[in-house]
Design a protein around this ligand. Structure first.
Ligand SMILES: [Zn+2]
Ligand SMILES: [Zn+2]
Length: 315
């Protein structure tokens, strides 16, 4: 059965919001597991506007503690509480966030009805944040003015799809189905060994999405995001603000395109646009000149990564 892999953009602006754009937030849905990545101011309103159910979010990942990436968090937690949440919420974050939340809850006399599990980032090296039978999420360090992490969402390899006709005609024992799904060859009752490729129709390629939050242009991230089907990279400035990009540890749209090209990404989404660009066309043009498969993040839009069947060569 087809499995969902979607990225929905809730905020595409950088530090200053505009009347059209909100600060950073994205909702990732992998096989009905919902992850909120960053939570700029107004994120809960954006969730409502685009009809996402906030209580389905069990994991919130905060890339860094610049306000445009987490000032919406306390409001969201408070609404989850008011809506009767009891389920544990997992927060993945740089050091300091628990203190910030505790003090706001204390002075607003809010005793959350649900537990929060805090998971502090490793700011030096990649770290496995979440794993289940379907997928895994990793963080990796980024090069920004303050400690900052990016994230990779990766599907685990899916089972091989059994060719029912072939399996029935060769009378493959039921006990061998597990081995077939794992990609192994099977032995029939008469001792004949049948290669896996003859009995399966291949399997879908594991998909991945990488989120490069605020960062200066730095190709050392390639090792973490290589071959992502979908890559988000910040593109705060156009070429005209190259110097400003460097001093503020941000990237230009062209640099985002260079990262996508070197990472051999399938598709690039650029975002975190400076409020000075009313029209993001110039940013898109500059990124496109480096990487043709680029789109400019559009709030309310969901980008899905399609399943792709890989068929094994039959010997
Ligand atoms: Zn930012
Ligand atoms: Zn920042």
């Amino acid at each position: 059965m087809a499995q969902t892999f979607e990225v929905s953009i809730l905020g595409s602006s950088s530090a200053l919001p505009t009347s059209q754009r909100h600060p950073t937030a994205q909702l990732i849905n992998v096989a009905e597991r919902y992850f909120l990545v960053d939570c700029g101011e107004g994120t809960q309103i954006q969730l409502r506007r685009y009809h996402f159910r906030m209580q389905r979010i069990n994991h919130i990942l905060i890339s860094h503690l610049h306000g445009d990436h987490f000032f919406g968090l306390v409001g969201l937690l408070s609404s989850m509480h008011l809506l009767g949440r009891v389920q544990t919420l997992h927060l993945y974050h740089p050091p300091g966030l628990k203190e910030i939340i505790d003090i706001q809850m204390r002075y607003s006399c809010t005793a959350l009805k649900f537990p929060i599990e805090y998971h502090v980032h490793d700011l030096e090296q990649p770290k496995l944040l979440f794993e289940d039978k379907v997928m895994e999420v990793h963080s990796f360090p980024l090069n920004h003015r303050i400690p900052c992490c990016g994230f990779v969402f990766r599907e685990k390899p899916r089972p091989f799809l059994i060719n029912k006709e072939k399996v029935t005609s060769l009378r493959v024992p039921v006990s061998q189905m597990g081995a077939l799904k794992r990609g192994e060859d099977v032995t029939l009752a008469d001792g004949t060994i049948v290669p896996n490729a003859e009995l399966t129709c291949g399997r879908t390629k594991p998909r991945s999405y990488s989120f490069c939050s605020d960062t200066i242009f730095d190709l050392s991230v390639i090792q973490y995001i290589k071959n992502s089907d979908l890559l988000y990279h910040e593109a705060t400035f156009a070429d005209d603000m190259m110097e400003r990009a460097k001093t503020t540890f941000h990237s230009t749209a062209r640099e985002a395109g260079q990262v996508a090209r070197q990472a051999e990404a399938g598709k690039l989404i650029i975002g975190h646009f400076s409020a000075r660009y009313h029209d993001t066309g110039i940013l898109l043009q500059e990124a496109l000149s480096e990487f043709p498969e680029t789109v400019a993040a559009e709030e309310g839009k969901t980008y899905s990564i399609d399943e792709q069947l890989i068929v094994q060569k039959k010997e």
